[in-house]
Design a protein around this ligand. Sequence first.
Ligand code: NAD
Ligand code: ZN
Ligand code: ZN
Length: 342
Amino acid sequence: MKMQAAVVEAFGQPLVLREWDIPVAGPGQIVIKTEACGVCHTDLHAANGDWPLKPGLPFIPGHEAIGKVTEVGAGVTIVKEGDRVGVPWLYSACGHCEYCLNAWETVCPDAKFGGYTRNGGFAEYILADPNYVAHIPNGLAPSEAAPLICAGITTYKGLKQTSAKPGQWVAISGCGGLGHLAIQYAKAMGLLVCAVDIDDGKLTHAKALGADVIVNAKHEDPAAAVKKSTGGGAHGVLITAPSLIAFKQGIGMARKLGTCVLVGLPPGEFPVPLFDVVANCITVRGSFVGTRADMAEALAFAVDGKVRADIELQPLSAINEVFNRLRHGDVPARVVLNFQSA
Ligand code: NAD
Ligand code: ZN
Ligand code: ZN
């Protein structure tokens, strides 16, 4: 049996829309019929082969996939046919290394990545590990849930990693797919938000979503502007922008004793101003998606109506056009591929 999929056959080339074998659930596995899958900037990095760890070719990207379980392999008890689940970036982990034991499965050395080292959601069916799928609460439509299982969980976890407390400031650099959700999580967590982007449309949107202050990094020095509006710098900085310049600027936005959380993944390196970081006791840390516990918390905000992804629906066949728009910053928030017939 065949399905339609968008496939990366060569890095840096358009995806190929073609037939692919529908996966079959082996012992301990499940198959999901895709209802919706968000398009993350990470999918673009994956298709470009941007990072040192490269996926094997050909592969099917997509790690914001939501769908219903259609097949359950032998021994699976945690989900049943018909359950609505999500297949996220953290596709599976070993469950018994020092990181898994400490609920840090995101950095398990044996972790597999959805839409990267395992085939993902730009296809009508997906094979998944039932121990690592997201459980989609009732009341959340598949297309609304899709962006939450990567963009949502990543920014929610990233904000927690800033250690900013209610009433304190966070600066969010990059207000696209990740950033527009980060602003909403931050407001729901009682934080003051300074939103930074290079696009006025994104910043108008940021303001509408509750940002207290907006800064266009193209028109003014964003570090100076954030320091001025926050009375000395943000307690937490979350950098989601897929741009190296945003990283150096982000360090400059931090308050003394502040924490700068790096989430964006443009290929390359950036210079750290050592004197500023050392003399101001600034913490710089990376953050990578989130754990299963973070997933449940991130989804609960949406069920309560505190966070809502802004989505534009497109068919799978539009994927190359969507990639081009994402490359040029022309996606207002998140595109979600819609697999449900009207
Ligand atoms: P996106 O394209 O939807 O949004 C990026 C935003 O950054 C846009 O609004 C753009 O205008 C803005 N931007 C670009 N340059 C900027 C600059 N110099 N200063 C401020 N803003 C700038 O992308 P996305 O889907 O939100 O993903 C963003 C990045 O996060 C990607 O690199 C992606 O791979 C990464 N990511 C990381 C994780 C993780 O776990 N760490 C998870 C998901 C995505
Ligand atoms: Zn993602
Ligand atoms: Zn492990």
